[in-house]
Structure formats: C-alpha cells, structure tokens
Write a new protein. Structure first.
Length: 103
C-alpha cells in the first residue's frame, strides 16, 4: 500500500475525553473559518514520558494564513464551553503520511 505525505493544520489539545457539545461547536466554528465542510482526523494518545493525555485534530485544509484564524476559533470555543485555555497546546502546520485510499 502506498503512502502520501500531506500538510495539515494540527490542533494539539491536552485531554482525551471531550463533550460532544464541544466537538459540535468546534466543528461549526471551523467550518465558518475554513469556508465549508472539511475533513479532519482525531487522534488521542498518552504522550511519553510526561504521561499527558493528548488529542490531535488534523485539519486537511487551510493555508498558512488560516493558522491564526484556526487558533482564535479553538480558543473561542474553549472559552464558550468553560474549558481552560491552557488545554490548547499548539496550532501549526505539520506533514503527515496517509495510506492510499484513506482520504
């Protein structure tokens, strides 16, 4: 199976469990910012060696100019849903590999 390298916007949050209302509000806000329905991949794991629970949301859309808008959108939703802003670790472009047919 062949792999493809793609650049995504990665939103990294502390925590592995999220309320559905938070995920719904975040998806609505991201659709506003990115201009429509966009594919995302959500991955939760325990970071080593810190043992911090982490959730990565990879957004398969958006240019460098959108990074600030995505960060602001995530911060807004965190505040609206009464999550501490400290749960947002980073918003940045990263390269990820995707198996053929995954997208």
């Amino acid at each position: 199976m062949s792999e493809q390298i793609v650049t995504v916007i990665r939103v990294r949050l502390v925590g592995r469990r999220w309320r559905l209302s938070f995920l719904k509000a975040l998806s609505e806000k991201l659709m506003e910012v990115l201009g429509g329905d966009t594919e995302v991949r959500i991955n939760s794991f325990i970071a080593q060696p810190s043992r911090l629970p982490i959730t990565d949301i990879d957004i398969f859309s958006g240019s460098v100019e959108k990074l600030t808008d995505v960060r602001r959108a995530v911060e807004d939703v965190l505040q609206e849903m009464k999550y501490p802003l400290g749960r947002l670790l980073t918003v940045k472009h990263v390269q990820v590999s995707m198996a053929a047919g995954e997208g």
